[in-house]
Every structure is written in C-alpha cells, then in structure tokens.
Write a protein that binds this ligand. Structure first.
Ligand code: NDP
Length: 257
C-alpha cells in the first residue's frame, strides 16, 4: 500500500455530525476528496440541504440526515436510518458542538446542561449507536472533535462548561478506544485551537485586541477550518491504522505555553 493510498477513504461511508458548516464542512470536503461517501447530519435542514447540494454538484455521493445531539431519540432514529440506508458506516466524526461563554459562577444550569447534552451525552449516544454497528462489522474509526480547551484553561476569556465537556469527551474517547480495539474499531480525537468559524467569530470580533489574542499562539494567528480537516482524515483513514486512543492537537502551539 503506497503512503498516499493510506489516506484514501474510497468505498468508505462516513457520518459527520454538524457537518454543514465550519470545521465539519471542511472535514466533509476533505473526506469527499479522499473518495468517501458521506452523510452530513444537523438539527435542522437550514444550511444542511445547501451544503449537501453543493457537494453533490461536485459529483460526490452525499446524504443529509436530521439528528439533534441533545435528543436521544433523534440520535437513535438517525443512526438506524443511516445504517439501514447505507448498510455499512466505516467512519463517524462527532463534530457537532456548542460553546456558552460564561464563567463558572455565572453560567446558568440551563446552559451548563445544554453544553453537556450536546458535546458529551450526544457524542456518547452517537458513538454507542455507530460503535455497536462497527463492532458488528468488525472495524471502523470514530474521530471526535475535541478541543485544546480540554487540556488548558482558555485565555483571555474562560468558558468552563465547554472545557469540562471537552475534557470528559477526551476521556470517553480513550475508554472507547480501549474497549473497542479488540473489535478493530479505533477511536481518536482531533483537538483544534482557535479556528475562525461561526462559533468563534463573535468572540473574535468583540475582542478588544484580536491581534494580541492571536499572539498568544506561537504561530501567531487563528486556524482556518481547512487546517483542521487533514488531521481528521489522518485519524479516519488507514494512514493511522496503528493509532487509537490518541489526541492530535492542532492549535499552532497554543498549549505549549
Ligand atoms: P460551528 O458553530 O460553525 O459548527 C458547529 C456545528 O454543530 C453546526 O453545524 C451546528 O449546527 C452543530 N450543532 C450544534 N448543536 C447541535 C445539536 N444539538 N445537534 C446537531 N448539531 C448541532 O462551530 P465549529 O465548526 O467551530 O465547531 C465544530 C467542532 O469543533 C465543535 O465540536 C467545536 O467545539 C470544535 N472546536 C472548535 C474550535 C474553534 O475555534 N472553532 C476550537 C476547538 C474545537 P446548528 O447550526 O444547528 O447549531
């Protein structure tokens, strides 16, 4: 197998949650280029249908599915539908996530629970549903989009509910990696740093000094979503066939300091 062919996802089906914009869409484009067929999921059709149509226009085999990460019955129904339709799902990318920017003394219980439900419990339930399918298939790869916020306390602004949800899902990924390895299923994490998307744009625009903020990263800038996607491709594909339970940090060196 040549080294570049190890990155191929030909004849593989990948499900990407929250895959219609930001980092999820960048991953979808990269996986489609690598030959995968895709199901992109979202909690409503707004934005989803347009992203799917664009990828189809480019000749890619892409489905859309509704799946609300806060709703266990929605996750179960979506997983059943996708597996029923495609028969084999080789890759799951748990990308959907939210942030609520409030300090620990100020964050409301409602916001805390919404972050945990989306970033942790929803990811757990989707991993269970597709993990069981992959175990039955005898192989697969789960790539969870974590964060360098699982490793360090963010600056200049903290948002602790987000950090806690991401730290917990990093550990969940390691536990699943250990349990599923005997079944040929790998579980890994991509941990991005600040990436310019809908999630971060409001905070970046509101920052008193965005340049100073960027200088806190050794590479002195924020990431583009297309710089995160190759790490997800590496972990999804045979390029990482002997890697499981790992966290690939893509943050321009932010966690060095
Ligand atoms: P975006 O806000 O652009 O995208 C998040 C995606 O998640 C959207 O498609 C959103 O859809 C979806 N989503 C949110 N809640 C739900 C839900 N309940 N059910 C289904 N889908 C949902 O953010 P990013 O692209 O930046 O983030 C992608 C991932 O990367 C997240 O997990 C985030 O935590 C992580 N990350 C991002 C970083 C960054 O700096 N941008 C840094 C580190 C990690 P909807 O329109 O319905 O809300």
């Amino acid at each position: 197998m040549s080294v570049l062919s190890r990155f191929s996802l030909k004849d593989q089906h990948a499900v990407i949650t929250g895959g219609y914009r930001g980092i999820g869409l960048a991953i979808a484009r990269a996986f489609a280029e690598a030959g995968a067929s895709l199901t992109l999921t979202a909690r409503n059709t707004e934005g989803l249908d347009a992203a799917v149509a664009t990828l189809r226009d480019q000749g890619h085999d892409v489905d859309a599915a509704l799946m609300d990460m806060r709703d266990p019955s929605s996750i179960e129904a979506a997983a059943d539908g996708i597996i029923g339709r495609r028969r084999q799902v080789h890759v799951l990318v748990n990308n959907a996530g939210i942030v609520r920017r409030a300090g620990i003394l100020d964050v409301s219980l409602k916001d805390w629970q919404e972050v945990m439900d989306t970033n942790l419990t929803g990811l757990f339930l989707a991993s269970q549903a597709f993990g069981r399918h992959m175990v039955a298939m005898g192989g697969g790869s789960i790539v969870n989009i974590g964060s360098n916020s699982a490793i360090i306390v963010d600056r200049p602004q903290t948002h602790g509910s987000y950090n806690v949800s991401k730290a917990a899902m990093h550990m969940l990924s390691k536990i699943m990696a250990a349990e599923l390895a005997p079944h040929g299923v790998r579980v890994n994490v991509v941990a991005p740093g600040y990436t310019v998307t809908e999630m971060t744009r409001p905070a970046i625009e509101a920052a008193a000094d965005a340049k100073e903020w960027q200088r806190q990263t050794p590479l002195a800038r924020f990431a583009d979503a297309d710089e995160i996607a190759p790490a997800a491709l590496y972990l999804a594909s045979a390029a990482s066939s002997f890697v499981t339970g790992e966290v690939v940090v893509v943050d321009g060196g932010y966690t060095l300091w």
